[in-house]
Design a protein around this ligand. Structure first.
Ligand SMILES: Nc1ncnc2c1ncn2[C@@H]1O[C@H](COP(=O)(O)OP(=O)(O)OP(=O)(O)O)[C@@H](O)[C@H]1O
Length: 370
């Protein structure tokens, strides 16, 4: 019987971060961060290097002291609780395995620290090794394993102590692209089967999108947006989030009399085009993805722009063109190649446009886009 079959209810606990301040020495890294995570939910913390993702994870695990605010698990404050009493297992980017120990010794390490009887440890190690597909390698030293196998040992070790909360710090960043893709699915499937509350730190958008129930995008220690992958993808709350989610094209615009105007082009601000609440008339900016631009008018309303191709490159399934729109430059994907100097009529479907107040970088942070 496996670990999973023993269980009648999900393991995961709810986590509540309230007004959290974290930092090192004099400087605050995280300021006034609040976030509620449901039991069994998979959250991805996504953000640029240095924005404080790992600091949040380490504070949850009890390795970074809380300066102000609280960390509650199932409603019980844990901010002063010792790391080993928090019911959380952390899997580090480096895996932090013992190279001189065998796979079995590494997987059983946390159980040994907790002074479980030998036969219990032996049984649990066998169960965990089987769960991550390493049952034939339990006697091998970790130093003689591949990157993907080490990653599985680290995951098995983290899960062996039966943690209600799993903290993953860039767990896949040392793996090559092929293994990374399959491990994403494996970890996600395992997390769902066990019902673990999981918080993943990553700077990889695709990883966050493919694994998490909810993505929390951090910007300089604050939450820029938290939402389902579909929400942050289609309705980024700010230009920062939009760029982070791959919305690379940005053009200056104006809002005038219910119209969105970009140069000579105009589009009615109704129906498919969502404008942030309270967006005033006057200067604005519009953002969209290269792959949403069409060279033929699409069926619904669209913003039509005239441009000149400056350069192109082949991405495999499409050609990416750099196109001049007046003094601006945008990227446009097309199935066929358009040569340098070609004049092109471009159409961006209204549904693909993200509209923001002009120079709204900080002002729009954390606000709803639609
Ligand atoms: N032990 C430490 N002492 C002092 N400053 C630290 C320490 N650890 C991290 N920092 C600083 O805190 C800030 C946030 O670091 P953190 O590791 O949380 O960022 P991150 O978003 O996880 O970055 P990355 O994606 O590069 O891992 C950075 O400016 C970093 O230099």
């Amino acid at each position: 019987m496996t670990l999973v079959e023993h269980r009648t209810s999900p393991l995961g606990r709810s986590i509540s971060l309230a007004g959290l301040h974290l930092g090192y020495d004099g400087a605050d890294v995280i300021t006034d961060l609040s976030l509620d995570v449901a039991a069994g939910e998979f959250i991805a913390l996504l953000g640029e290097s240095g924005c404080g993702k790992t600091t949040i994870l380490r504070a949850l695990a009890g390795f970074v002291p809380v300066r102000a605010g609280g960390i509650a698990v199932d409603g019980v404050d844990m901010s002063q609780t010792a790391p080993e009493a928090r019911g959380m297992a952390m899997m580090f980017q480096s895996y932090a395995l013992w190279p001189h120990m065998t796979v079995a010794q590494n997987i059983g390490y946390g159980l040994k620290l907790r002074r479980h009887p030998r036969d219990v440890i032996r049984a649990r190690v066998a169960e965990m090794a089987a769960m991550v597909g390493l049952e034939d390698l339990t006697g091998r030293r970790v130093s003689d394993l591949s990157g993907g196998q080490r990653q599985r040992v680290a995951l098995a070790r983290a899960l062996a102590i039966d943690p209600p909360v799993l903290l993953l710090d860039e767990p896949l960043s040392n793996l090559d692209a092929g293994i990374r893709a399959s491990m994403r699915h494996e970890i996600r499937a395992l997390q769902q089967r066990l019902g673990l509350t999981t918080i993943l730190v990553t700077h990889d958008r695709e990883e966050a999108m493919s694994m998490a129930d909810r993505i929390v995008i951090l910007q300089e220690g604050r939450i820029a947006q938290a939402g389902r992958p579909e929400e942050v993808w289609h309705r980024p709350a700010s230009p920062y989030v939009a760029r982070f989610m791959g919305v690379d094209n940005r053009l200056a615009a104006r809002l005038e009399g219910g119209l969105l105007c970009v140069g000579p082009a105009a589009l009615s601000l109704t129906g498919a085009l969502h404008a942030p609440q309270g967006l005033a008339e006057g200067a604005a900016e519009v953002m969209f993805r290269a792959e949403t631009v069409r060279l033929e008018p699409p069926p619904g309303p669209s913003l039509s722009l005239a441009g000149e191709v400056l350069s192109h490159s082949y991405l495999g399934s499409v050609y990416r063109h750099e196109v001049a729109i007046g003094a601006d430059r945008i990227m446009v994907d097309a199935p066929t190649r358009h040569g340098t100097g070609a004049r092109v009529d471009l159409h961006v479907p209204a549904t693909a446009l993200c509209l923001f107040p002009a120079r709204s970088e900080s002002a729009a942070t954390g606000q709803e886009a639609a």
